[in-house]
Design a protein around this ligand. Structure first.
Ligand code: F0G
Length: 352
């Protein structure tokens, strides 16, 4: 087979795998870095914005990067089952990679707060899906205890192999740009991905693959912004269900990244998230899920603080198809229904 062979094969020297590690892959990674022409123009002053469209991974989110590593290492260690708490994307990725490896996937989700596409995926991949009367943080506390007491491997981002896999997104950004960007804008929930990107940039920098290190700009939804407010949020809320998290597992890591990169955390409102979601779709032709649009919403919010002539990468973590209901509810467009199957009627519906 020629062409892309997945993350582990491509970045093997940078990853904790050996010749005997069973590589469980769906050929994830190698996602496009797309110039965001309209958003660059909005900001002006020579600022170049790109989106890293990680929604094009096999299960439709960046979680595949972490799962190819976490499941390969679980398989290597002889695990028979895995478990995660999830707002949806982790559950889809864990399920797909687990069944591919012959492992049993269990997923705990907050009842009523997982987008339809993600739930559909977990069910079709064959996971045992358990909906909890609680939020993500409750699910996460439960799976940590379950993994202590029962023979199941935890594959949330506290599993170190998850971040090892996810750091490859930073490698790809540098490989695609030929240098690290000046800023990396990224949505933050459990704060695993921002930590993983930073690991990747630092590792590439140490290997002289890039001269710069980016400022890491993390964006949370205003109703679920523990890192911005400085204390856990007991009742997290936002339309961006993927990042509806009140007590991030990687809190300390995220603060260390902020300090080391001279970055910052900011909160964006649901309205700002939805505006960016529509701008991405209507002006760039890029369909991401609402949580992913938080990176662009955040950039637009703080655009006056962006230095001229800088290069910025916004991470689009998940595919828009994950959450069709949000798209339909917030498209500000409607189907013209009830049109007769006649040329004149169609022409009239078209406005001619
Ligand atoms: N964007 C999307 C689409 C996500 O699904 C998540 C996290 C994030 C951003 C935030 O990444 O947690 O590493 O800071 N989703 C997890 C899940 C919580 O269960 O799918 P993070």
């Amino acid at each position: 087979q020629t062409g892309w062979s997945g993350l582990i094969e491509t970045y093997r020297p940078f990853l904790p795998v050996s010749a005997t590690t069973p590589v469980v892959t769906l050929l994830e990674g190698n996602t496009p870095l797309i110039p965001a022409l309209s958003i660059s123009e909005r900001i002006g002053r020579g600022v170049k914005v790109y989106v890293k469209y990680d929604g094009l991974n096999p299960t439709g989110s960046f979680k595949d990067r972490g799962m190819t590593m976490a499941i390969s290492k679980a398989k290597e260690a002889g695990a028979e089952a895995v478990i995660c708490a999830s707002t949806g994307n982790t559950s889809a990725a864990a399920s797909a990679y687990a069944v591919r490896a012959g492992l049993k996937p269990f997923v705990l989700i907050p009842d009523g707060y997982v987008a339809l596409g993600k739930l559909a995926q977990a069910l079709l991949y064959g996971a045992e899906v358990i909906a909890i009367d609680g939020n993500f943080d409750d699910c996460f506390n439960l799976v940590k205890d379950i993994a202590q007491e029962y023979p199941v491997t935890l594959v949330n981002s506290v599993n170190p192999y998850r971040l090892e896999g996810q750091k490859t997104a930073a490698f790809e950004v540098v490989d695609q740009l030929g240098e690290a960007p000046d800023w990396l804008c990224i949505p933050v929930g459990n704060a695993g991905n921002i930590s993983a990107y930073w690991m990747g940039f630092c590792q590439y920098h140490q290997q002289n693959k890039c001269e710069k290190l980016p400022r890491m700009m993390g964006f949370q939804a205003i109703g679920s912004a523990p890192l911005v407010q400085g204390y856990p949020e007991k009742s997290p809320d936002t339309i961006a269900t993927a990042i509806r998290i009140g007590n991030p597992a990687n809190w300390k890591r995220a603060l260390a990244v902020q300090e080391a990169s001279q970055g910052g955390f900011n909160a964006v409102t649901d309205e700002e998230i939805l505006d960016a979601y529509r701008i991405l779709a209507r002006e760039e032709g890029v369909f991401c899920e609402p949580a992913s649009a938080a990176s662009v919403a955040g950039l637009l919010k703080v655009q006056d603080t962006v230095p001229s002539n800088t290069t910025i990468v916004c991470v689009l973590t998940g595919n828009g198809l994950k959450d069709p209901q949000s798209a339909i509810d917030h498209a500000q467009a409607q189907v013209k229904a009830g049109v007769a199957s006649e040329l004149d009627a169609v022409a009239q519906a078209m406005g001619f």
